[in-house]
Design a protein around this ligand. Structure first.
Ligand code: ARG
Length: 459
């Protein structure tokens, strides 16, 4: 049998393989609610502009509500022969209301329909991501507030660098996720234009009101070029790029949590609720959620790359290639939201191991820079000379198997005769972090100021 939508031109129906490669209903049924919302807005506008009668519009409206409740109730039978969500809904509408259903597709094409549905779907996901990021940022602020002055080692090359505070480290992630939040908001604002009424590619000869459908669907305005509107998937690509950068942040943090929760570090204790055990090793408590968050970046980057590749060579306007946009975005969105929620849960539940953090903060010659700075400030040495003197003291301490504060004053003076006992004051990690008062520095007062700034912004 030939197709009920375009059967007029066709003598034969599709091969089974053609149907299999062509159909998108298996995944685009996730846009059912958006499809019906778009159709309702379109039908109401067609009636308002006199393109269809009010009674037809009313029948369409009622019928679409019936179809929606069938889909939501699980009784709707999706058909692969009907290819996609748009034709499944319209075909069922015809069964429910008869002739007026055939008027719904006036001044519309599946090309502007799918762009509209997909934008509405992606827009919801931007909103979900915003909520997920806000929750995660709040959890991080909670950790930062609790430990604004807890000392821990700061690393470069994963080698001990200088002491920092737990609050400072948490706030670094607040900045990162804060930029993600800002990117989400930017991208959402940019994409919020309605493609509906662009029709197949050229617009329509019917006297439609695109501003009316745009407003009904919560868009800021209609898109300004019909060719672009049906060809544009930038909103999906921006979603995937924003998701990719955020996933990269999540993955870096996840990696730190994996390291920090190890027996060798013991910086954090993850809650039982966000850990798993081993079937053979009774002592194990594994950071599986962190590992999976770290891994999910792979599929999100993959989706971004895949859709870039799909879009890169397409001539204007719509090509069927673009049907490959949805599965990538659906999968990336599902996993991004899950990763955000899992990270938020882990952060909220985790306990910083303050004694371990403090012990680690003092090891690894973490205050060597403070010693060099003291030589500059108090003895007036050029920084390069101070660096050299300090380096020789580090080498001495390393040889003796002790830390810098364990060296005697005699030993200190062997490196530079001018050193006095005052130097021990800067070798303590508390003094070290308290001295880092530059704007954005690790001093607890600075960290607290940043926490306050963020809380005010989020209030
Ligand atoms: N299922 C299609 C998609 O997801 C809908 C648009 C089809 N348009 C067309 N001209 N074949 O992109």
């Amino acid at each position: 049998t030939s197709n009920q939508m375009w059967g007029g031109r066709f003598a034969a129906g599709p091969d089974a393989i053609m149907e299999a490669i062509n159909a998108s209903i298996g995944f685009d049924k996730r846009m059912a609610a958006q499809d019906i919302a778009g159709s309702r807005a379109h039908a109401a506008m067609l009636a308002a502009t006199g393109v269809i009668t009010d009674s037809d519009a009313e029948a369409i409206r009622e019928g679409l509500l019936t179809v929606l409740s069938e889909i939501e109730g699980g009784s709707f039978v999706f058909s692969t022969a009907l290819e996609d969500i748009h034709m499944n809904v319209e075909a069922r509408l015809k069964e429910v209301i008869g002739e007026p259903a055939g008027r719904l597709h006036t001044a519309r094409s599946r090309n502007d329909q799918v762009a509209t549905d997909f934008k509405l779907w992606v827009r919801d996901q931007f909103d979900a991501a915003e909520q997920g990021l806000l929750a995660l940022i709040r959890a991080l602020l909670g950790q930062a507030e609790a430990g604004a002055d807890w000392v821990m080692p700061g690393f470069t090359h994963l080698q001990t660098a200088q002491p920092v505070t737990w609050g400072h480290h948490m706030m670094a992630y607040v900045e990162m996720f804060g930029r993600d939040l800002s990117r989400v908001r930017d991208a959402r604002a940019r994409m919020n234009e309605s493609p509906l009424g662009s029709a197949a590619l050229a617009g329509t000869s019917f006297p439609i009101d695109r501003h009316m459908t745009a407003a009904a669907l919560g868009f800021d305005r209609p898109t300004a070029n019909s060719l672009d509107a049906v060809s544009d998937r930038d909103f999906a690509l921006e979603f995937l790029s924003v998701a990719s950068i955020c996933a990269m942040h999540l993955s870096r943090f996840a990696e730190e949590l994996v390291i920090w929760s190890s027996a060798q570090f013991r910086f954090v204790i993850l809650s039982d609720r966000f850990s798993t055990g081993s079937s053979i090793m009774p002592q194990k408590k594994n950071p599986d959620a962190a590992e999976l968050i770290r891994a999910k970046v792979g599929r999100i980057f993959g989706a971004n790359t895949a859709l870039m590749m799909v879009m890169k060579g397409l001539p204007l306007a719509y090509s069927k290639d673009m049907q490959e946009d949805k599965e990538q975005v659906f999968d990336a969105a599902d996993n991004w939201m899950l990763a955000l929620a899992a990270m938020e849960g882990m952060v909220r539940d985790m306990t910083a191991n303050r004694p371990s953090l403090a012990a680690a903060a003092g090891s690894g010659f973490s205050t060597a820079t403070d010693l060099a700075d003291w030589l500059v400030r108090v003895l007036g040495l050029p920084f390069r000379d101070a660096h050299h003197v300090t380096g020789s003291l580090v080498a001495l301490a390393e040889k003796k198997g002790c830390d810098l504060p364990d060296l005697s004053l005699d030993e200190m003076q062997s490196a530079h005769a001018g050193i006095t006992a005052d130097v021990y004051g800067v070798l303590g990690v508390e003094n070290s972090v308290n001295s880092r008062q530059s704007y954005g520095g690790t001093a607890p007062a600075q960290v607290r100021a940043q926490i306050a700034r963020w809380k005010e912004m989020l209030a």
